[in-house]
Ligand binder design. Sequence first.
Ligand SMILES: Cc1cc2nc3c(=O)[nH]c(=O)nc-3n(C[C@H](O)[C@H](O)[C@H](O)COP(=O)(O)OP(=O)(O)OC[C@H]3O[C@@H](n4cnc5c(N)ncnc54)[C@H](O)[C@@H]3O)c2cc1C
Length: 456
Amino acid sequence: MDEVETWLRQWERRLGTGMADPVVQANVGMFRPRRVVGTLCPDDVEQVRAIVGSAVKGVTLYPLSTGHNWGLGSREPVRDGAVVLDLRRLDRVRLLDLDLGVAVVEPGVTQGRLAGLLSDSSYMLNVTASSAHTSIVGNALERGVGLRRQRCEDVAGMEVVLADGRLIRLGNWPDEEGRVVPYGHEVGPALMPLFAQSNLGVVTAAVIRLLPRPRALHLVRLTFDASRLATVVDELRDCHGQRLISGILKIYQPPESEECVAYCCVDGDPELAALSCALLMRRVERTRLFDDVHDYVGDEQLPGQLRRCLSGDPSWNELVLENWFGTSSRGIDANPGNGYLFFLPLLPFQGAAVARARALVREVCAETGTQWRATVNAISYDVIDLVVSCLFPKAMAAQAHRALDLLHRRFADCGWRPYRLDVDHMSAGGPPDVLRRLKEVFDPRNVLAPGRYEPP
Ligand SMILES: Cc1cc2nc3c(=O)[nH]c(=O)nc-3n(C[C@H](O)[C@H](O)[C@H](O)COP(=O)(O)OP(=O)(O)OC[C@H]3O[C@@H](n4cnc5c(N)ncnc54)[C@H](O)[C@@H]3O)c2cc1C
């Protein structure tokens, strides 16, 4: 037994095996399976510190929270030979302040669990469209996108175990009496962002800012022909900029049809929301761009799911996963039928860009015989996160991955880069020499997640 194996076996003995939920090796994205030398599931922060601090030469650790990074690699480390540091057992809600609207959660706390704790309160969580069993911390560290805003905007503080086992707290952290000002910056150079999309530390808890729950919520559904996509995007950008729309504006472009559907959330005080909704509808009707304008009240699956997510309830998201993969979130990675991939470029919030992106996606579909759908997520008045996704029969994995490579290249040619990357396309946009020096400062032994968001 070499030194690495001896170290690993010692930790396995100390932590014990027998997890209720066995570790799955497959990944639904059908990325090349990495060689994983072991998985350690610590119970608390002190164990995380001891594992990281005691790592002998040759050990690399790949931390993850719940490991449901579907479409981007799931639980796969970027490089071969890592020990997965699975933090799902760190699942305490350390603080829940329902006067101020703040929670402190560990990586194993799922969005479904925190949303449930808030269900009768005047606050809600900014939830994503992914499973209720996904991690709030894991998603925020990928700068994931919730229905209200990008998840990193929810984070006001972070607890991080550094590569030598030291524990630091960044941003604003509650004192012993639980008092905190949920402001996401320290005075001076901001350090917290260094730990999102990076490999500089293991995050063991985060301060999460909750959102006031709106007292009324309208979902305006706008149907239009794809030939008007560019004009519609520009029109809706103005509505968004004038605050007639709140949350993330979504525009669905089903691959099999020319009919596009936009969903606009209008919410807040009931009287104000009703007035804004009437105003938005009057305004868009006047444009004659839309075939149907509707203050949607029904419960069809997609708008029903969106309405719930916008209200901080991710419970319907599971239905979509079950429809696509024929299994609950636990079985997605190993499901025998379908694979799933994401390509997530950022575009300027401009009609011409969205129309061009639609054409690029269609070209790649035609060239590879695959089917990708592109959903507009307007994350601000000036930036769109285009969610380009492919649900494919596993037998077509090679074509789907060829299409993914082509999408990366074609969008890069237009200057549009992804906001987040899968395990096969990892790189980093910052100056390589600065990033390498940061890694030397924080993790000189290169223990943590080699290859994750590193310069090429
Ligand atoms: C149908 C469907 C819908 C989806 N909708 C959305 C959506 O609306 N928005 C969205 O953002 N995503 C979405 N996803 C993608 C994905 O499922 C989510 O982003 C999910 O939250 C990521 O998995 P996780 O929370 O388990 O994080 P993890 O997989 O645990 O973490 C992601 C990565 O972050 C790093 N990391 C995690 N925890 C730590 C830690 N504690 N310390 C250091 N590094 C860490 C690791 O490198 C890890 O690989 C969707 C997926 C599907 C299939």
